[in-house]
Write a protein that binds this ligand. Structure first.
Ligand SMILES: Cc1ncc(COP(=O)(O)O)c(C=O)c1O
Length: 441
């Protein structure tokens, strides 16, 4: 058994001054672990235990922890680039230009600090541009903490999720606010459809003619593990949005840069009107972006005459911008995606073979560098399917993996992430440990 006494003591201290001892509700882990160092694919905790990390801080750590080139560029920026809070900086121009060059929908770009902020501002500008109040989101997709989108998502609403397992259609589309304190009015304009159901989207658009400002979707639904869009789903959303005068918005906070430098929109060939980015764009430094058609983006009040207020003291922080440029340089010049996709295939193939041999009835899913084992038979095409996951076995498996030195976030339906710091040896070690753990289970 690993010792966790130093972590437990620190967590006790945290609980004295921080409600629940963590600064993000999604970070609760049992037993509590306080991580102290990170290097490449590995994390070390306060007790000196070392873990092969597949959590990657929910996805941003794409190149590995403590990446020397990212650190070097950040240190250089801190010496030379001030946060002046006036005008524009050269780093901001460089980052916006780079996103413009790489991302198909990015005629223009705005920068902010977190995925939630990016989505908040993208929804606001979609409403301002169309003059319409409603948005359509998908059951099980998460788009951050902003009131209008904090409904029917796995992270936001675990209690609501548990109540919604019968799969009946009425249940499926009932709005489930993700937090106390959200005014009911804030969600009256939020419509929820089942992921992968064009019929439900068509129904929602028909029933709310000239009311829907935007359809917002995770192009790969990673907040329920890894649910891929059915062939034709994203193309269908594109066509439905266009025919109803609504905007199509891809939330690429997870998929952007992790799956492709040009976002998932490059891989699927569907161009949204707006897209949001965050996480892997800066390898763990706090940067997010909104990209989209110039005619929409020009509504931001950063432009003379723009009607949609956009501001933030920390927008374009030099440390985050330098990290993003270093990350994008490495993604462009080194075979990062080739390697992490190959490692992802190796891990998924190995896990699927072990589960088949042990007849566990589990389903190994994923895309590129992302993977998850659902303890249930497939197919898994929407949130109702994903909620049939045997959460007890899922968590038990992950806690045993952590005990054996492989860190997978012990939260139901959370995905794992492979990074450029992982090696084939790491993958093979993981497979060996997974097989041992599953046999013990
Ligand atoms: C798809 C998606 N959008 C938005 C967000 C919110 O990003 P942040 O946590 O940086 O506010 C997340 C966070 O997990 C996400 O997964």
């Amino acid at each position: 058994m690993k010792r966790h006494s130093a972590s437990a003591a620190l967590f006790g201290e945290a609980c004295e001054v921080i409600p629940g001892g963590v600064t993000s509700a999604a970070r609760k882990v049992t037993p509590p672990i306080v991580f102290r160092d990170g290097e490449g694919a590995y994390l070390t905790d306060a007790d000196g235990n070392r873990y092969l990390d597949y959590h990657a801080a929910f996805g941003p750590v794409l190149l590995g922890h403590n990446h020397p080139e990212v650190n070097r560029r950040v240190a250089k920026a801190l010496r030379r680039a001030p946060l002046s809070g006036a005008g524009v900086s050269e780093l901001e121009i460089e980052v916006a230009r780079r996103i413009h060059r790489l991302v198909p929908c990015a005629e223009k770009v705005q920068l902010c600090g977190s995925g939630s902020e990016a989505v908040f501002n993208a929804v606001r500008i979609a409403r301002a541009f169309t003059g319409r109040p409603k948005i359509i989101k998908f059951d099980g997709c998460y788009h951050g903490t902003y009131d209008s989108v904090l409904a029917n998502s796995s992270r936001a609403s675990p209690m609501a999720s548990q109540a919604r397992t019968d799969g009946s259609k009425d249940q499926l589309c009932r709005l489930q606010p993700g937090s106390a304190g959200i005014l009911p009015e804030a969600l009256t304009h939020t419509l929820v459809c089942a992921y992968n159901s064009l019929d439900e989207v068509q129904e929602a658009l028909d029933a709310n003619r000239d009311q829907v400002a935007a359809i917002i979707v995770e192009p790969v639904a990673h907040n329920m593990g890894c649910v891929l869009p059915r062939p034709g789903f994203l193309e269908g959303l594109r066509a439905l949005a266009a025919s109803h005068g609504a905007l199509l918005m891809f939330d690429e906070v997870i998929t952007g840069f992790r799956h492709h430098l040009g976002g998932y929109q490059t891989l699927c060939g569907v161009r949204p009107d707006l897209a949001t980015f965050g996480k892997a764009i800066a390898n763990g430094f706090p940067l997010a972006a909104i990209a989209g058609r110039a005619g929409i983006m020009d509504h931001f009040s950063t432009r003379e005459g723009g009607d949609t207020y956009f501001a933030g003291t920390y927008h374009g922080h030099p440390a985050a911008l330098a990290a993003a440029l270093a990350t994008m340089d490495i993604l462009e010049n080194q075979p990062v995606h080739e390697r992490i996709f190959a490692l992802g295939d190796r891990l998924r193939r190995g896990l699927a073979e072990i589960h088949a041999r042990l007849a566990t009835g589990a389903t190994v899913a994923g895309f590129g560098s992302v993977f998850i084992t659902y303890f249930m038979p497939g197919p898994i095409e929407n949130y109702t399917d994903a909620l049939r996951n045997d959460a007890g076995r899922f968590l038990h498996y992950r806690r045993r993996m952590i005990e054996r030195g492989v860190f997978l976030m012990p939260t139901n339906l959370k995905r794992g992430h492979i990074g450029f710091g992982h090696t084939e040896e790491d993958i093979d070690l993981t497979l060996q440990i997974a097989e041992d753990v599953l046999k013990e289970m």
